[in-house]
Design a protein around this ligand. Sequence first.
Ligand SMILES: Cc1ncc(COP(=O)(O)O)c(C=O)c1O
Length: 368
Amino acid sequence: MTQRVYNFSPGPAVLPEPVLEEAQKHLVALPGVGMSILEISHRSAAFTEIIQAAEQNLRRLLEIPEDYAVLFLQGGAKLQFGMIPLNFLRNTGCKASYVVSGTWSKQALAEATTQGQAHAAWDGKATNYDRVPRDEEIQIAPDSLYLYICINETIAGVQFPREPETNGVPLVCDASSELLSRPLDIRRYGILFACAQKNLGPAGVTVVIIRKDFLDRCPDDLPVMLNYRQLAEHKSLLNTPPVFAVYMVKLVTDWVLREFGDLNKLKEFNEKKANLLYEAIESCGGFYTVHAAPGSRSAMNIAFRLPNGDIEKEFLAEAKKAGLYNLEGHRSVGGCRASIYNAMPWRGVVALRDFMLRFHEENRNTLG
Ligand SMILES: Cc1ncc(COP(=O)(O)O)c(C=O)c1O
């Protein structure tokens, strides 16, 4: 198969086609360098330029203030679940509060409790993690160093429409499946992290944005590769970084700047795409049901169900025949899920919408 399909995978996910083409064009020899990005030293002038440009692009798009460091790390988003409490809770007496709004924040809290005092400020279990909390439902423990949120729970498709009110307590945030999809008020955050394989690039690099006063708290007795301060002091070059993945983040952020200019435009585009699908779902009279409650529905991951498992299987098989791939829900919850990150083109979402309406027309009468 050489034709590209529409890829609704939650991650690793669709990348912008012009970015893939550019990477392909320059794979054998980077212009002016004469070597592949896969072959150059991470200490070379060429790579220094690339990593600095990736950082500058992120700073520009997200309006990251100067008193925040931007790191390019390995170990995935999941390593951050452990690294944050390791650096800030272990042996400190500090507390942290966690909003548990789905699978990923639940895992993050479980990791934190192995390192120090962390507790759930809210847990969405009662309604099967179908919404985010209202501000007044969040119980931040007194003296919490931070309030942790997963701003977009990728599996259930539950997203905070805006940052929760914390009365000055800094947020620590897993933004894996939404960073770069809309503007965020970075000043509200102590730490924001995101694995790249959704909106930023390929798997292999995790972007961490961290307020510099947090770096001063990192203990000296950690392995250097787990110590944010050391990583920041060495500009993410304590060891060999994932050179190719960082290069791709640079190309993706170049693309965002070229295509959209700023994140307000991208937010508009992403909301328009998501609304097209949510409205189609609503128009089918209950044939499709969205997991997330109104007000908490994600613009990135739309998790939905059909009336029964058999019809879901048929839906997925037919969708694939129509060139619409990776619409299966996460293995832990089943159902269906359409991930429509920045790089999912409008025509891909229209194709899915048309398919869903047609499938509903053809199957609504066959159900008892
Ligand atoms: C919100 C969120 N957090 C964390 C992760 C884990 O990321 P990684 O596989 O890079 O560790 C994922 C992966 O899909 C995710 O969606």
